[in-house]
Unconditional design. Structure first.
Length: 277
């Protein structure tokens, strides 16, 4: 997710990575819980039955996918993070085919390749030497872990049915995400970094909680509900276009030819993949 990568590079300058992930998801839970408290209370028996399922989704979607990009942001570039994150839909397709017998065909593969070309065009700014000179860092390994984690989260979110409404389930996933991160947050505070609770902390926590948190996760889950995990994974490519728009609105960046070419490839790939579904 584009804004998640922005948080990973910008937020970790002010808030330690695991602290950023922990407080982000705790904030999401605190913001949403009052609206879904009654539903969760009424379904406490279902909660007990789904406890481990919700814990797994929370620890994977909010723990692994929440903390790993922030840790990666301390030692790699946004370009590297963007390039590696584009591998997530590939993992989604592979795992969906292996474990859930999802259908894959030539048209969808072509759509995937078109999306990859489009995103790499935008990330590399149309310069092939940036891709040719790509160098791995320790942060890149964290991003690979995040990409695989997002794939696992995506396919199990779709295939594990819940008795809770979409937003109530997301509230509980955020809660268990914070719970799974808490021991590592304490270790980080004791042995590595101390969180400074200032205005920068407040800004990045709320920004991370609302934009790449509540808004992005909710939209992604709704899309996945209608089109399936492997096809929903293609929406990650659209986030690169969204990231470019984000830069124009907030950082006075300018649209160049490579933006248009990249966007054309992405939309063509998503259209082709959706058309044959």
């Amino acid at each position: 997710m584009a804004t998640n990568i922005i948080v990973a590079r910008g937020g970790v300058e002010y808030v330690p990575p695991i602290s950023l992930a922990f407080w982000r998801w705790l904030t999401v839970f605190i913001l949403l819980f009052p609206f879904f408290f009654s539903e969760i209370l009424k379904k406490k028996n279902q909660f007990n039955k789904e406890f481990w399922k919700l814990f797994f989704l929370g620890s994977m979607g909010c723990g692994v996918c929440g903390a790993f990009p922030f840790i990666a942001g301390m030692s790699t570039t946004m370009a590297n993070m963007g390039i590696i994150y584009t591998s997530s839909p590939i993992f989604i397709i592979i795992l969906s085919v292996i474990f859930f017998k999802d259908q894959i065909n030539v048209s969808r593969i072509i759509g995937l390749l078109l999306c990859l070309v489009g995103v790499l065009t935008i990330i590399s700014k149309g310069k092939s030497e940036l891709l040719l000179n790509f160098k791995f860092t320790s942060g890149d390994l964290w991003m690979i872990g995040a990409a695989i984690g997002w794939a696992i989260y995506s396919i199990y979110l779709l295939n594990w049915k819940s008795s809770f409404s979409l937003m109530a389930r997301f509230t509980l996933i955020a809660f268990f995400g914070a719970i799974s991160l808490f021991p590592f947050y304490i270790l980080e505070e004791v042995y590595y970094f101390n969180t400074i609770f200032d205005s920068n902390f407040i800004f990045w926590i709320f920004f991370a909680a609302i934009s790449p948190g509540i808004i992005a996760f909710t939209l992604y889950t709704r899309v996945q509900k209608y089109v399936g995990a492997s096809l929903a994974g293609f929406t990650l490519y659209i986030f690169s276009i969204y990231s470019a728009i984000y830069g124009i609105l907030l950082f006075d960046e300018v649209l160049l030819n490579f933006h248009y070419f990249g966007a054309a490839f992405v939309f063509a790939g998503v259209y082709l993949a959706r058309k044959i579904n």
